[in-house]
Design a protein around this ligand. Structure first.
Ligand code: SAM
Length: 291
């Protein structure tokens, strides 16, 4: 009883399943998305939260599974998502809170989650127009850093993020959480060092690398003449010479105090907002308040 039974609902017969058992095979498959191996094999990932799932659907991302807990049943936005999921051949799962907790590995889980297909952009397809900025990360290791960088790049109006070398998975649950939905807004590219350097030669971009031994103050770099790729180093070892030596500028953020360096995500945020300073303005309504 209650294992995986279809609900007789108009228009969605056979595609809405009610699940209360942790032993259900679909639940096991979705839980396995916490492992990179399964994400790689299936090419999918899990994202949590109604707003995030709505934003993704709005941006044209198709849901393989829409998962909602019983408490969300009947909410108009959830119903719309469910109808859209079914229309695109996905499956709708109505689950108990216990099952939702287990899928999201949280005690107080969100009421809605979704399983989406991963999207990667080919490096060869990346062409930067005037005023565009990309972030390139050398062997980023920390999922929280990567998620924060994707979120910050989106907020600064950057066009995408490149992952160079052996990097942490942007589609890991912790990273997706930290992006706060920006994972759906920015294209992601992965490339080896040699692929990246070969692309750079032809791309007509200014490669601004950041380095603790950089000779140029990051506020004195020209970010306007050509599209910019901001190159950031690995958390532990910084940029290797093979990348640093190919940069057009080696920029440094001056520091005071005891800290040797800035956290990677913070340094990326500082660079992004400086590189795009001339392109970012307050909205009219914010200006009107005068404060
Ligand atoms: N021990 C590493 C090193 O020697 O480079 C520290 C790496 S730091 C935590 C991670 C990355 O953030 C650096 O490779 C660089 O890209 C950037 N970064 C951090 N602080 C910076 C600064 N003051 N100026 C320029 N880049 C900085």
């Amino acid at each position: 009883m209650n294992e995986t039974r279809s609900q007789d609902r108009p228009g969605r017969v056979g595609q809405v399943k009610e699940i209360t058992s942790l032993a259900n095979p679909i639940v096991k498959d979705i839980k396995a998305l916490s492992q990179k191996k399964t994400r790689d094999e299936t090419g999918t990932f899990l994202a949590e939260g109604l707003k995030l799932v709505l934003d993704a659907a709005e941006l044209g991302w198709r849901l393989r599974y829409l998962i909602y807990s019983k408490a969300a049943k009947g909410k108009p936005q959830v119903e719309t998502l469910a109808a859209r999921t079914v229309a695109h051949g996905g499956m709708v799962l109505e689950v108990s809170e216990k099952v939702m907790s287990s899928i999201t590995r949280k005690d107080n889980p969100q009421m809605v989650s979704g399983v989406f297909d991963q999207r990667w952009t080919m490096l060869a397809d990346v062409r930067l127009g005037a005023d565009e900025t990309w972030v390139a990360l050398d062997r980023v290791r920390d999922p929280g850093n990567l998620g924060t960088i994707i979120r910050t790049a989106d907020a600064a109006g950057a066009s995408g993020v490149m992952l160079i070398g052996d990097s942490t998975d942007p589609f890991a649950m912790e990273t997706v959480r930290a992006t706060m939905g920006s994972i759906f807004a920015l294209p992601l590219v992965k490339a080896s060092v040699s692929e990246f350097l070969a692309w750079k030669e032809k791309a007509g971009v200014s490669l601004v690398a950041t380095h603790l031994e950089g000779a140029v103050d990051y506020r004195r770099v020209d970010y306007k003449s050509r599209p910019v790729v901001l190159l950031m180093g690995n958390e532990q070892s910084g940029l290797p010479p093979e990348l640093a030596s190919r940069a057009d500028r080696l920029a440094r953020i001056p520091q005071a105090g005891l800290a040797d360096s800035l956290n990677l995500a913070i340094a990326t945020g500082v660079m992004l907002f400086e590189a795009r300073r001339h392109l970012l303005t307050l909205t009219e309504s914010a200006k009107e308040t005068g404060r």
